[in-house]
Design a protein around this ligand. Structure first.
Ligand code: SAH
Ligand code: SF4
Length: 350
């Protein structure tokens, strides 16, 4: 039981040493103990409620070359798409009418959409009285400011790893420094700011993951998504070993213990590795958000960050009902609040 004392310390004080985190990560014997502690902390700070957020994948065009990602520009094996503004807005309307309080728009990092176009879409969607989350990658301060002014509320930009050498090895022509700058800009502009990690990347280790988690703690993000790396075809890492679901769940649980009041999604990559139990396990080890894709299937099938990406085939309304039922079976329920994290509301003083 080498890591129990560190888990206890985390449950009580929400901090432990780097050494303690590394011990927990490296020790597979006390996982249940860890997951239960994270579940207790989740229930204490963010209740048994789950935020259901509707994800629209608006374009798979990307100018970046992240080594792990199936959408990287050098992958000529996929057909690229861009949804029209009308398609996006009508999807968002359907989500709002089905009860979702948040619409998340995600895409590859590119200039497929002009900023004016994005701002107009944001303004249109805001008319449906939902919160808007964006996840378009690295943009300039001015671009983030324009989206915010148009009505965007939140932004997701994972750090992936805060290890400088590993970051550099996986992201040609990108820098950890600029990634952090983007996150600081988002925070300064008043966005509810989300980040997160890809775990089990080739070249990572328990020590690197422990440092990554400390990075997330230090920056005190409002939301953190953690997914296991899944090798994608036509990428430099296509023959690498996938990250494990256990490691992702452990990182998820440690995140909840370190940052008790934030929002943590049960990520699609976790669901993909275990379509039957993955989501439930994530919700029972600290997660409190589900972000199902409601993108039309003809686009969704092309949004292949990695293979066999988990998705439900039903309509936005049917997906809502399905989760309503599934959550009640495990004693949770869909939150009827606007989807802000407790941490963000506290930061804003409301
Ligand atoms: N282009 C934007 C948003 C889309 S990518 C961005 O990069 O921020 C969204 C997330 O997908 C990334 O942050 C990354 O963590 C995840 N992802 C990409 N490729 C993956 C893979 N092969 N396995 C698991 N997750 C992956
Ligand atoms: Fe593009 Fe995002 Fe994939 Fe990197 S992770 S290649 S930025 S879609």
């Amino acid at each position: 039981m080498p890591s129990i004392k560190f888990i206890n310390e985390l449950e009580k004080n929400h901090i432990t040493s780097l050494y303690g985190l590394e011990k927990i990560i490296a020790d597979d014997d006390d996982c249940e103990y860890l997951f239960e502690a994270a579940n207790r902390v989740r229930q204490k700070f963010v209740k048994q409620e789950v935020h259901l957020k509707a994800l629209i994948e608006i374009s798979n065009t990307c100018a970046r070359e992240c080594f792990y990602c199936g959408l990287r520009s050098k992958n000529k094996g996929i057909k690229r798409y861009k949804m029209s503004a009308e398609e996006i807005v009508s999807r968002a309307k359907e989500a709002a009418m089905s009860g979702y309080k948040t619409v998340v728009m995600q895409s590859g990092e590119s200039s497929a959409f002009k900023d004016d176009e994005i701002c107009e879409i944001i303004r249109e969607i805001k008319k449906f009285d939902v919160q808007i989350t964006l996840s378009f990658g690295e943009k300039s301060f001015e671009q983030y400011r324009a989206y915010k002014k148009a009505g965007a509320d939140r932004y997701l930009l994972r750090i992936e790893t805060a290890d400088r050498a590993l970051y550099k090895a996986l992201h040609p022509n990108m820098s950890l420094k600029n990634r952090i700058k983007c996150l600081e800009n988002l925070r300064n502009l008043g966005y509810e700011t989300g980040s997160g990690l890809l775990v089990g990347l080739p070249g990572s280790s328990a020590k690197i993951l422990a440092r990554d988690l400390m990075f997330l703690k230090k920056y005190d993000f409002d939301m953190i998504g953690i997914g296991p790396f899944i090798p994608a075809a036509n990428t430099p890492l296509e023959h690498s070993k996938a990250g494990s679901i256990k490691l992702a769940l452990k990182a998820n649980a440690l995140t909840r213990l370190l940052l008790p009041k934030i929002n943590i999604p049960a990520t699609t990559a976790i669901e993909t590795l275990d379509p039957n139990e993955g989501r439930k396990m994530a919700l029972r080890s600290g997660a409190n958000v589900i972000m199902p894709s409601i993108t039309q299937s003809r686009y969704r099938d092309l949004y292949k960050l990695y293979p066999n990406k988990f998705c439900l085939k039903e309509s936005a309304a049917e997906i809502y009902d399905k989760f309503d039922e599934m959550l009640s079976l495990i004693g949770d329920k869909i939150s009827l609040t606007n989807g802000n994290s407790v941490r963000f509301n506290q930061r804003r003083g409301s």
